[in-house]
Design a protein. Structure first.
Length: 234
């Protein structure tokens, strides 16, 4: 049980236990803001980024355009709130599922979840919203930093889980694996959710990750090609 409790604490610490969803009950104002953010995600999922407007968000939320602009007068602030809300859906699902598992089972849970193969818990349908965020990140340093931070947190969690489940891995190898996993996961969903490649490829990529882990366990990975995984160029 010690592994379980310590592991949950580490995951909660890395992912954060607050999040936008938990904060929305503080007041009516924050609840309204959450409603606007949820409506924005819904509109992005249905129509993508180009036609998104305050009017579309207002219609989706069932409120006036003026009300949306009152709570989010700055469009970038609304998009940053969307980023936080998207991340919170994963945070909640992962912490809830990790609480039921011990030992190496947790690595399998994480991997199955991200490739939508986990029984009882489905990966959020948010790929169009994330596509929009990535597009906006090209022109917004704040959104770019937010998204990079989100993926880094996922990587840090996976690095921890890899080290615990596969003690033969060096810290460097575990970090490399975590980075490669995030890259594979992101690229996979661009092919499946955005470009329409069959969802049957979920199992293909999941199996590839298992082979990648096995390879690292057998070979030890690369020789410090990058001195600091997840470092940025600013």
């Amino acid at each position: 049980m010690r592994y379980k409790s310590e592991g949950i604490k580490v995951i909660a610490s890395l992912l954060g236990e607050g999040g936008y969803r938990m904060a929305r009950n503080v007041s009516d104002k924050s609840d309204t803001k959450h409603r606007i953010v949820a409506a924005t995600i819904s509109a992005l999922q249905r129509s993508g980024l180009p036609p998104l407007s305050y009017d579309m968000v207002a219609d989706e939320a069932g409120m006036t355009r003026q009300a949306v602009r009152y709570h989010f007068p700055d469009a970038e602030a609304l998009m940053l709130a969307v980023c936080d809300c998207l991340a919170d859906a994963y945070r909640t699902a992962l912490i809830n599922n990790a609480a039921r598992l011990e030992g190496p089972q947790r690595v399998d849970m994480f991997l199955d979840f991200y490739f939508n193969l986990l029984d009882g818990t489905r990966k959020p349908k948010d790929d169009s919203a994330y596509d929009a965020m990535m597009s906006l990140a090209t022109g917004s340093a704040a959104i770019r930093d937010n998204l990079r931070g989100q993926y880094k947190i996922v990587g840090e969690v996976m690095s921890y889980e890899f080290r615990v489940s596969y003690p033969q891995l060096s810290p460097q190898a575990a970090e490399e694996l975590s980075y490669l996993f995030v890259c594979l996961m992101y690229g996979h969903w661009k092919m499946v959710a955005t470009l329409g490649v069959s969802v049957e490829h979920n199992r293909l990529t999941r199996a590839a990750v298992t082979r990648l882990i096995r390879s690292y366990c057998e070979t030890g990975g690369s020789e410090d090609v990058v001195t600091q995984i997840w470092a940025s160029d600013g």
